[in-house]
Design a protein around this ligand. Structure first.
Ligand SMILES: *Cc1c(COP(=O)(O)O)cnc(C)c1O
Length: 405
């Protein structure tokens, strides 16, 4: 065949993405330090200089997760791959798994359980509410043969956080292992893997870690290591089999498993380093403070939260669209006129709710002020009655009253 049969697209040119402010459910803005780190020279995935950095990534991840787990490393793939990795390694066909569903991502956990041959016992809670520990305990009492309890710590589709510590404590009492989704919580709100006794945890690079999408930090307890070692059936995925991956990510041996995305890992290293420099407590407090300011501004704009105060995620603010406002038009104007991205509602919340992310490097005073002023501007242009400047004033007051320690 002749190469002339195939032509490059005529209009193809260098792709220059616009500079956005990302305040949706993820990705969040990538910090310049992380982008710069990723532009450094590509190394081979077995280069000794690179493998030395891999050890640092694992140490930095142990800090972020607050764990001594030996099996702590980033999976080459988005958060969904981290999710699937936990389920495919820990489920043997026929296993019963208690799965909590209070939003989109709990639903995906059910899919994972069933596709890997497990039996999902679903504990449902309404969207916008946390997982009810009492319901989980009731399900465990009714299903003494359950092996695993799986739940989402920070449900990004609704903005609700669940009490991971209590849920893990209940699971342990009934001899179950736990799988916990912390894609949106890692770096933004407290997670203490060892103290809470979490067995399998996964996260994502593009939410409160402010990396580009594509990597999933995971960590597994010794109980999971034992379970996987004693499996009689091979794990039903070659790529995600933890024991094979450990030939590369384990520290003693370093043999080829797959070509690790080296430059992406420079980015994760830099992001984790920045988190360590800031300190976890400071990062959690910063996320909380910016949430308080955004909330005060929203109140002046008649925007009501979906989630009750004690269960709100500071990094993911779900609010009802005020009556009489065209929600799609607001998002379009924010993007076109202000280059500001916010999130739409998912599932039952589609058309009724907006989701404002204040994640990682995006969680800062500039973004809170910019977003509130942009909303005022758009609402006014669309004919809503808004007292100009009131949202920003309310936010400023909160900052003044809550100085950063
Ligand atoms: C974003 C998200 C995921 C999926 O992560 P991807 O990187 O999009 O695959 C899973 N769980 C939760 C709670 C999320 O917010």
């Amino acid at each position: 065949m002749n190469t002339e049969d195939f032509h490059p697209p005529k209009a193809a040119k260098i792709f220059m993405p616009p500079q956005r402010v990302l305040m949706g459910p993820g990705p969040s803005d990538t910090h310049a330090r992380v982008l710069n780190a990723m532009a450094r020279p590509t190394l081979g995935h077995l280069d000794p200089v690179f493998t030395e950095m891999m050890e640092e990534i694992k140490e930095l991840m142990r800090y972020a997760f607050q764990t001594k787990n030996r099996m702590t490393f980033p999976v080459s793939g988005p958060g969904s791959v981290g999710m699937e990795m936990c389920f495919v390694n820990m489920i043997t066909p026929g296993d019963k798994v208690i799965v909590c569903r209070n939003g989109v991502f709990g639903g995906r956990m059910i899919e994972n359980v069933e596709r890997h041959g497990g039996i999902a016992v679903v504990v449902d809670d309404p969207w916008g509410e946390p997982v009810d520990p009492q319901k989980v305990e009731d399900a465990l009492k009714k299903n003494p043969d359950a092996k695993i309890v799986a739940f989402v710590h920070a449900e990004t589709s609704t903005g609700a956080s669940s009490d991971a510590k209590t849920l893990c404590e209940i699971a342990r009492r009934y001899n179950c292992l736990t799988i916990v989704d912390t894609v949106t919580s890692l770096g933004g709100t407290p997670i203490k893997v060892d103290e809470w006794g979490i067995d399998a945890i996964y996260s994502g690079s593009q939410k409160c870690l402010s990396c580009p999408p594509g990597l999933s930090p995971v960590s597994f307890s010794e109980r999971v290591t034992e379970l996987v070692k004693n499996r009689k059936q091979k794990v039903h995925s070659w790529f995600m089999d933890i024991s094979l991956l450990l030939n590369y990510w384990g520290s003693s041996t370093r043999t080829y498993h797959h070509t690790a995305p080296t430059n992406a890992l420079y980015g994760l290293h830099e992001a984790l380093l920045m988190l360590a420099e800031e300190g976890l407590e400071h990062s959690w407090a910063r996320h909380h403070r910016n949430y308080l300011a955004l909330k005060a501004g929203f109140a002046t704009l008649n925007m009501q939260y979906v989630v009750k105060e004690p269960y709100r995620l500071p990094q993911l603010n779900s609010v009802f669209v005020p009556a009489g406002i065209d929600e799609k038009e607001v998002r379009r104007r924010l993007l076109d006129d202000f280059s500001l991205e916010i999130g739409a509602g998912l599932g039952d919340f589609a058309g009724k709710v907006w989701r404002f992310g204040l994640m990682g490097t995006s969680s800062k005073i500039e973004n809170v002020m910019f977003c509130l002023n942009a909303l005022e501007s758009v609402f006014t242009a669309m004919g809503a009655k808004v007292e100009r400047g009131s949202a920003a004033s309310a936010a400023h007051r909160v900052y003044a009253e809550n100085p950063m320690a």
